[in-house]
Design a protein around this ligand. Structure first.
Ligand code: ATP
Ligand code: MG
Ligand code: FE
Length: 351
């Protein structure tokens, strides 16, 4: 089975062809990603209008390249998957309209995939992980603990009550004068700094509900920075290191609590899975790995190229859905908001 995946929900235009591989995994035949970082950098964030226009300009070309590199023609595809949300609506419409057009012309099934579901299922593409597993979804727009019980069966265990972790990384970077997008730059600075210099709060740590909070931490960091301004390079490194350490401590504590909640509703997890752009963070990966070893569980983190937005995860989610007969028609809407746990009922209703 070969599926084309198209991703245009934010600031990456991506197209990929994935086939069903062995041991329940997928095989990535091509994976083209074009980041718009340069276009948005001078505004310090993603500008929706610019993003949508940039997607229009490159989506066709990227799809052609993904097919060519996969050595595959449109006719040889078994289906077309596209991220239909959540995301910036202008961009989502570009990908969705393109996918619908290809599906109509070729009469191949269309899968309108939830972008978060695609992040959630990436561990199955790369490692063939069985259900159920505990998902820590940490990205630019989301921070959630989710019980993944099956394709289309997601139960949210915890979430952030204010900012997403990726968003907090980006805001901290901006505050410290680091380039956009901030996550990777904060990590690089953190590697050079002293994580113990600033005693930043770990919000919600020790609380019985597995939720997250970032805004108090971010404010505490801003106050520390203001106290010692003007900042030297080593101040910036120490602030980043202290921030990252606080985030990692909080994530580990919250995930531990989430694990308990998981067991109550889904039994023993096959693995702890981390996904989304922030899953690229090495300190977080290592801390989760240590915690998993301690609890006797397997930890799965996607390779760095599959942490951020990509077409392969969309293609794979489409492949999983097609295998279950979960296809969409031409009326599939583009959605700015689309909570992951809401895909549950719809999949259930169709199954
Ligand atoms: P969502 O998936 O919630 O819709 P998104 O698609 O914009 O949001 P992703 O592309 O999955 O988010 O992730 C981007 C986020 O990941 C950005 O906030 C970025 O700063 C963050 N990020 C990327 N690399 C790192 C890193 N090494 N450390 C921390 N954060 C990182
Ligand atoms: Mg992005
Ligand atoms: Fe994403």
């Amino acid at each position: 089975m070969r599926i084309l995946g198209i991703e245009t929900t934010c600031d990456e235009t991506a197209a990929s062809v994935v086939s069903s591989g062995f041991d329940g995994r997928g095989e990535i035949l091509s994976n083209e990603v074009l980041s718009q970082i340069a276009e948005h950098a001078r505004y310090g964030g993603v500008v929706p209008e610019i993003a949508a226009r940039a997607h229009v300009e490159v989506t066709d070309r990227l799809i052609a390249r993904a097919l060519k590199n996969a050595n595959c023609t449109v006719k040889e595809l078994d289906g077309i998957a596209v991220a239909a949300g959540p995301g910036l609506i202008g961009g989502v419409l570009v990908g969705l309209t393109t996918a619908k057009a290809i599906s109509l012309v070729t009469r191949k099934p269309l899968m309108a995939v939830n972008h978060l579901e695609a992040h959630a299922l990436t561990a199955r593409l790369t490692d063939g992980i069985g259900f159920p597993y505990l998902l820590l979804l940490v990205s630019g727009g989301h921070t959630q603990l989710v019980a993944v019980r099956g394709v289309g069966d997601y139960v949210r265990i915890g979430t952030t009550i204010d900012d997403a972790i990726g968003e907090a990384f980006d805001k901290v970077a901006k505050l410290l004068g680091l380039p956009y997008p901030g996550g990777p730059h904060v990590e690089i600075e953190a590697q050079k700094g002293n994580p113990e210099r600033f005693n930043l709060p770990r919000p919600l740590m020790g609380r019985p509900e597995p939720n997250f909070s970032l805004s108090g931490l971010k404010t505490a960091l801003r106050l520390e920075a203001e106290k010692i301004a003007p900042l030297t390079q080593s101040d910036v490194a120490d602030l980043c290191a202290s921030f990252q350490a606080a985030v990692v401590d909080m994530v580990i504590d919250r995930t531990r609590v989430g694990l308990r909640a998981f067991r109550e509703i889904a039994g023993d997890p096959k693995a702890i899975v981390v996904a989304g752009g922030v899953a690229a963070n090495q300190a977080m990966r290592e801390a989760l790995q240590r915690m998993a070893v301690e609890t006797g569980l397997r930890m799965v983190a996607p390779p760095l190229a599959l942490c951020g937005d990509n077409g392969a995860m969309i293609a794979w989610a489409g492949l999983e859905r097609l295998r279950l007969g979960l296809v969409d028609d031409i009326s599939a809407p583009a959605r700015a908001r689309w909570p992951l746990d809401s895909t549950r009922d719809e999949a259930g209703a169709k199954a």
